[in-house]
Design a protein around this ligand. Structure first.
Ligand code: FAD
Length: 447
């Protein structure tokens, strides 16, 4: 059977574009890719990148306040949302163009339309064309999930946050994961009155002590947080009246950030014989291969670790394995990540709770006011925490709540990946005066 292409990639996000570029550009495969929305996917268009730029935008009032304490007559003035949104949109256009160029430059044929799987070796495009492919890579990502309840048509999702016409005066955020908490801090920084409702404590999947500190700092900055709340209904009138049990409050906008679901609906996978997991994620083995040998899947659609660098690695490893005669599996252990709340959170490895459930541990922690904030009279707190195996002395978890914690955890993760012990952390001389020096100067376990 002749194939039109060696590889057809469905989805032009982090995982898909990497796989397509490497397969075509480095391994000489004939590759086509379909993207139904915008090249670059969630990370570039409506995730990591615009979010981080909004984090930057939201940080200036606090910086100005700090600057005044340092002797400057600084004032940020008013925030011009349309001006920022325009610049943001131009930047995303620029990045999208770069991603597209990366594909076409590597020889990938890009189809700007939806694609579905029509069989183990067949992809159907929205315009009715069928493409025969030796291999198919499903890299369709995930989308925000909004549960059914009366009035749910009035809510926003993270997809809507980057193009709002105006900033709401009062925003309710429903959810307690990293996306909910990041938007809470961003919006508060931009001058919006933010309320967060969640069923359980915020950042529940992370180290509890760190999650509690971040929650406390968010509350101290004026974000109203209520747990044990789920939304029963929303009624639109003069604003949005949101009811949870006995409580009804009115907001100008409601952001739902309670979870994401893999994009497999209507994709033709089950019909082609591909096994999906209970939540609709594509079931794959360590090689990102499904039970249908010609069909692979990478990134959020597989719901392994839903982060951009992981999707990129999975896409790269797939391309090297299948087209580069260089079989590579992705190691999903000790993947560091950051939550861009204020304070920021960098984390790698096991939380104290998860480590304790596994073995006997020692916990080293230092909580303190950083020099910079302390001088300015701020009450900001940072926390450096190491969870250490009693048996092997290896650092099982490193958790940092501090400005720029994302930058710090990247470096700590290298040592952890190399299997560093607490004694090796201690043998490393401190860099002074920094916050990170605490990571190598904590002598006695606190627990
Ligand atoms: P995606 O990037 O979602 O790409 C999938 C693409 O497939 C999309 O462009 C979609 O339009 C397209 N598509 C879907 N179905 C079809 C079809 N049938 N035909 C054609 N095209 C289709 N990760 C981090 O590492 N750091 C962060 O700070 C971070 N922040 C985030 C903030 C937000 C608000 C969100 C929502 C996510 C964030 N993430 C972050 C997660 C990160 O964006 C994802 O893990 C990553 O984008 C996954 O890449 P992917 O290739 O699997 O899917």
């Amino acid at each position: 059977m002749g194939f039109d292409v060696d590889l057809f990639v469905i989805g032009g996000g982090s995982g898909g574009v990497r796989a397509a570029r490497v397969a075509a550009g480095e391994h000489g495969a004939r590759v086509a890719l379909a993207e139904e929305y915008r090249m670059g996917g969630t990370c570039v268009i409506r995730g990591c990148v615009p979010k981080k730029l909004m984090v930057y935008a939201s940080s200036f009032p606090a910086l100005a306040e700090e600057a005044r304490a340092y002797g400057w007559s600084a004032d940020v003035g008013a925030f011009d949302w349309p001006a920022f949104r325009g610049r943001l949109s131009a930047e995303l256009d620029r990045l999208e163009g770069l991603y597209r160029k990366g594909q076409t430059g590597a020889g990938v044929t890009v189809h700007d339309q939806r694609a579905t799987v029509a069989g183990p070796h067949e992809v159907r495009l929205a315009d009715g064309t069928t493409v025969r492919a030796k291999h198919i890579l499903v890299a369709t990502g995930a989308r925000p999930f909004v549960p059914e309840f009366p009035g749910n048509e009035h809510v926003l999702t993270s997809n809507d946050m980057f193009g709002l016409d105006t900033l709401p005066r009062r925003l309710l955020i429903v959810g307690g994961g990293f996306i909910a908490c990041e938007f809470a801090c961003i919006m508060e920084g931009l001058g919006v009155e933010v309320t967060v409702w969640n069923r359980s404590p915020l950042l529940r999947v992370f180290d509890r002590e760190c999650a509690e500190l971040i929650t406390a700092r968010m509350a101290a900055r004026g974000i109203r947080i209520a747990t044990g709340r789920t939304v029963d209904r929303i009624v639109k009138g003069d604003g949005l009246a949101v009811t949870s049990g006995e409580v009804t409050e009115t907001f100008d906008a409601v952001l739902y950030a309670t979870g994401r679901v893999p994009n497999t609906e209507g994709l033709g996978l089950t019909e082609a014989g591909v096994t999906l997991r209970g939540n609709g994620a594509v079931a794959v083995d360590d090689w990102s291969q499904t039970n249908v040998p010609s069909i692979f899947a990478v990134g959020d659609v597989t719901d392994r670790i839903n982060l951009t660098p992981v999707a990129i690695r999975e896409g790269h490893a797939f391309a090297d394995t299948v087209f580069g005669a260089n079989p590579r599996r992705v190691d999903h252990d000790l993947v560091a990540s950051a939550v861009f709340t204020r304070p920021e959170f960098g984390t790698c490895g096991l939380s104290e709770e998860a480590a304790r459930a596994r073995e006997e541990v020692e916990v080293y922690a230092a909580g303190f006011r950083p020099m910079r904030a302390s001088f300015a009279g701020g009450d900001e707190k940072v926390l450096m925490k190491l969870v250490v195996s009693r048996a092997t002395r290896r650092v099982l978890g490193c958790h940092i709540v501090a400005p720029d914690a994302g930058e710090m955890i990247q470096l700590a993760a290298i040592a952890m990946k190399m299997g560093a012990t607490k004694e090796q952390f201690d043998a490393t001389c401190a860099v002074h005066p920094t916050m990170a020096e605490e990571l190598v100067t904590m002598r006695k376990p606190v627990r």
